[in-house]
Design a protein around this ligand. Structure first.
Ligand code: ZN
Length: 303
């Protein structure tokens, strides 16, 4: 934790403060002891969605875990071992439908939202990787849920599989004191946010950021630098927040990607972040999104 500057932006969904206890994952004996502990707790999930108690998660006694299917060991929360259940194979359709429902998730208070986000990304990965991508045979959970293995004794190829994290570059593009924001065609009315896109194979973060802005808005970037990052569990993105300067202001929209993109002043951004969402020049990204964190950070830089 010492490497994180006190002044660094802290996006939502980060900083859950749990001990990830990764040494226990690979040690079957220690993992069994954690499962057997009388104070071990199970995060209550309805498929992929959290079961809320007010604005917090619900934890129930694990009771050894035998009554449940696959379990992921999330680590220690204030010394308490926490496990999360992988949805059963029959729940695939429910899980598919639940992936679109984020409203209930965003009701969680900050720490529980971060704890849930890690568990959600992992259990969803398990639910979608029951078969080996290499040979098609069934896979089994391993390393406390931080790996799946194709089983050689079942006629499989033996390949290990690891939870994926997909990098997405999200960019605050600045020119002459203004910031470039865009909106997709299916977004809520007046919503604008930072441009974003997946980093592709063979590309650095900075190259991915510059390519996306050029493709989507026709704006050329220089001096791209890293600001902050955020795990986004829908299903497994790592949002990498960057800042860059545009070489010019002219926008050429790619209409298949964006409905609109515009330059906004600092005053417009400040008003949108503070005011009623119906007021101001645009509707700002929600506080859970790293785009919100980046815009706040940008305003502070210029203050
Ligand atoms: Zn295999």
């Amino acid at each position: 934790m010492a490497s994180i500057k006190a002044t660094a932006p802290r996006p939502a969904l980060t900083g859950h403060g749990m001990d990830r206890d990764d040494h226990t994952r690979a040690d079957e004996e220690r993992l069994a002891q954690m499962l057997a502990r009388s104070d071990a707790r199970l995060m209550a999930l309805d498929g992929l969605l959290p079961v809320l108690q007010g604005d917090g998660l619900t934890f129930t006694p694990l009771n050894g875990g035998e009554a449940h299917g696959e379990l992921v060991y999330m680590g220690l929360k204030d010394e308490t071992p926490i496990f999360a259940p992988v949805p059963g194979e029959g729940d695939t359709r429910q899980a598919f439908e639940q992936r679109a429902n984020r409203a209930i998730v965003m009701q969680l208070q900050a720490r529980d939202l971060a704890i849930y986000a890690g568990a959600r990304s992992l259990v969803d990965w398990h639910a979608r990787h029951r078969y080996c991508a290499n040979c098609g045979k069934p896979t089994v959970i391993a390393k406390g849920g931080w790996q799946r293995n194709c089983v050689k004794s079942d006629g499989g190829c033996g390949a290990p599989h690891f939870p994926r994290t997909d990098p997405v570059a999200i960019m605050l593009v600045e020119h002459d004191g203004d910031v470039l924001l865009g909106r997709g065609s299916n977004w809520p009315e007046r919503s604008y946010s930072a441009l974003a896109g997946f980093v592709e194979p063979g590309e650095s973060i900075e190259e991915g950021a510059a390519r996306e802005v050029l493709e989507e808005a026709g704006v050329e970037l220089c001096d791209v630098s890293y600001v902050a990052s955020q795990p986004w569990p829908f299903p497994s993105q790592l949002m990498i927040g960057c800042h860059g300067y545009a070489t010019g202001r002219e926008i050429t929209l790619d209409k298949t990607e964006l409905e609109d993109a515009r330059w906004f002043t600092r005053a417009e951004v400040a008003e949108a972040l503070q005011s009623d969402p119906e007021q101001g020049a645009f509707r700002a990204p929600p506080r859970e999104a790293i785009a919100h964190t980046l815009l706040k950070w940008w305003l502070e830089q210029g203050a």
